[in-house]
Design a protein around this ligand. Structure first.
Ligand code: DX5
Ligand code: ZN
Length: 223
């Protein structure tokens, strides 16, 4: 049975106070989402294993690393050693089966992500092998972007495939998720919700923004 889960992305938090940001949402969070960007797969550079280690040290909530990098097979072990509970790699970089096997050998959870332009057919071969499929609902690289609603049918398609094949893989929606957009992705079948700016750059406090998001999502998820 898939659960509704919130994964606050600290990309939109105050990097001088990341520990406070993590602690502020840990009652609502099922995961702390760490966006790892390498300046190649995406133009931005964000955080690395040292930051992940610092995040993992301040909370019991598992840290998931969203690896927006071109060479995850070289880097994944560093993130495992830093305390990552699972890593998600992009299908666009290739060598996916190899990375899944490496993650299993290292004893962590593994996910596969796909960009807005990438067809669902690219990830179907991995659905039986991974814990989560991360559907990008913005172009990767930055927080605070506008939700791309055209991606929602991809979530429906993955969800249908999961149901027809009696799989238990989670579907994670990442990008532009907030109180106005969350119902669309949950209704389509997403159960893990990444949110950065809606939690850490909203008018409300991070815990209140998290509760609100879960409440709106819960109304659709339960119905
Ligand atoms: C974007 C990242 C997201 C980002 C989401 O490349 O993968 O996780 O932090 O930020 P918001 O929720 O602000 O769109
Ligand atoms: Zn992300």
């Amino acid at each position: 049975m898939r659960e509704l889960q919130l994964a606050p992305s600290v990309l939109s938090a105050d990097f001088a106070s990341l520990g406070d940001a993590v602690r502020s949402v840990q009652e609502q969070a099922s995961w702390i989402h760490a966006d790892i960007m390498d300046g190649h797969f995406v133009p931005t550079l964000t955080m690395g294993p040292l930051t992940v280690k610092a995040l993992a040290a301040v909370t019991d909530v598992p840290v998931e690393c969203h690896l927006m990098v071109t060479n995850p097979w070289d880097l994944i072990e560093q993130f495992v050693q830093s305390g990552a509970a699972r890593c998600t790699v992009h299908v666009e970089v290739g060598r996916v089966t190899e990375i899944i096997e490496r993650a299993r050998y290292l004893g962590i959870g593994i996910g596969v992500a796909l960009n807005p332009e990438t067809p669902v057919s690219e990830v179907l071969p991995y659905l039986e092998l991974v814990d989560v499929i991360l559907v990008m609902t913005v172009h990767p690289g930055f927080g605070g972007q506008k939700f791309i609603s055209e991606v929602v049918p991809k979530i429906t398609e993955i969800s249908e495939y999961i149901r027809k094949n009696s799989l238990s893989v989670d579907i994670e929606a990442d990008g532009g998720i907030g109180p106005e957009t969350v119902a669309q992705v949950v209704d389509a079948g997403a159960n893990v919700l990444v949110a950065g700016s809606a939690i850490f750059s909203a008018g409300a406090s991070p815990p209140d923004a998290s509760k609100k998001l879960l409440q709106v999502a819960g109304e659709v998820f339960l119905s």
